[in-house]
Design a protein around this ligand. Structure first.
Ligand code: SF4
Length: 371
């Protein structure tokens, strides 16, 4: 494979970047730790939202040693609201591995790539920006720019397509400034060659761009498969036992060692705290849910179930994840202080709830309840 004009395309993208570069704190550093944190935060997150998180995170953990020494809950609390919590867990785990190995961040591509949560993209970003190594980043922005500019019909979600784009991205990488070029193409994709209706008239690649010349911009990049987005129905129960609230940490293991995770895998929001939960694959009306076996399991005693004061707090709150649409219902249950129902849950004093990292829909409930 040899695509015409790759060198010229790289130079045009770098020139564009010099003019349009966004001033961001991780741009002016060669500290691999800070570049790493910024890259992990910015995966699937807009810069405007990620910036605050980055500043808070680096403010609290300015070095890999500081992050390694932190408690799990504090890391998760600083991450709360960003989503994709496995990224925070891996960041923390990797920081501990670096600290255990003497505290020096790995200085080879293989060493960086071997850390948990660091894939090809992040390793290339860190190594090119921190160390000037010749590794090209390939993410959604890069796929889009290259597919459009060179008119590539190879699907981006097949092994063959990934290999093709990776080779093309490496071909575009200028020898003297790989870090600068990588940042340039990421910004170019984020700001100029945007997914919907890019302004091709103002684009420095317009004269070279195959998709633009053929008026097929919206057709690129090509995907082989459409990902299925499934609906999941979550019934959260806000249980007051006297003044305490029942809470539990989501762990990767299913209760009873069950293997099949179903549509709401424990890895989603793992490490955060949540209310007692019933997951369903079909919508359940309140009377169906309250009469269900799943709800009944929280009450070892039928008498207590019958005497509990139950009400519906919020109905059909929608929350979107990448491959799931969550439909959330929140119920309230009030129990006497000596209740034995909801065994296995922490009983957290109401005033201490804000200290626990929770998923965004539960944080929204806390806000509504005045916490
Ligand atoms: S001309 Fe349009 S489609 Fe082509 S690279 Fe520029 S913005 Fe993207």
């Amino acid at each position: 494979m040899k695509n015409k004009g790759t060198e010229e395309v790289s130079l045009l993208i770098i020139d564009w970047y010099r003019e349009h570069k966004r001033s961001l704190p991780w741009r002016d550093t060669c500290d691999p730790y800070k570049i790493w944190v910024s890259e992990i935060i910015l995966q699937q997150t807009r810069v405007a939202q990620g910036l605050d998180y980055y500043l808070r995170f680096i403010g609290r953990f300015p070095t890999v040693a500081a992050l390694a020494a932190a408690e799990d809950d504090e890391v998760m609390r600083l991450w709360q609201g960003l989503g994709y919590y496995s990224r925070a867990r891996n960041l923390h785990k990797a920081a501990r591995m670096v600290a255990a190995g003497g505290g020096c961040f790995p200085q080879s591509y293989a060493g960086v790539r071997a850390l948990p949560g660091i894939g090809d993209y992040t390793a290339a970003a860190i190594c090119s920006m921190a160390y000037g190594m010749p590794y090209a980043v390939v993410d959604g922005n890069v796929y889009r720019v290259l597919a459009r500019c060179f008119g590539i019909g190879e699907p981006i979600d097949t092994a063959q397509g990934k290999k093709y784009f990776s080779a093309l991205a490496s071909e575009l990488l200028p020898a003297g400034c790989p870090g600068l070029y990588n940042q340039a193409i990421m910004d170019f994709g984020a700001l100029q060659c945007v997914p919907q209706s890019p302004d091709c008239g103002s684009c420095p690649l317009e004269a070279k761009c195959v998709a633009c010349a053929e008026r097929r911009v919206e057709e690129f990049p090509v995907k082989a498969r459409r990902q299925r987005v499934a609906d999941v129905y979550l019934h959260y129960i806000y249980v007051r036992v006297g003044d305490a609230v029942c809470l539990r940490r989501r762990v990767s293991e299913l209760p009873g060692g069950k293997k099949k995770p179903g549509l709401f895998s424990p890895s989603i929001w793992q490490g955060l705290y949540e209310l007692p939960l019933v997951v369903a694959e079909q919508p359940l009306a309140p009377e169906e849910f309250l009469g269900s076996e799943d709800f009944g399991r929280f009450f070892p005693s039928d008498a207590e179930r019958q005497s509990a004061s139950v009400s519906l707090l919020r109905r059909e709150v929608l929350h979107r994840l990448s491959h799931r649409v969550l439909h959330l219902n929140f119920y309230s249950v009030q129990l006497p202080p000596d209740s034995l129902s909801f065994p296995g849950f922490l009983r957290v004093p109401h005033s201490e709830l804000p200290a626990y990292p929770v998923p965004r829909p539960i944080a929204a409930l806390w806000k509504e309840l005045g916490l």
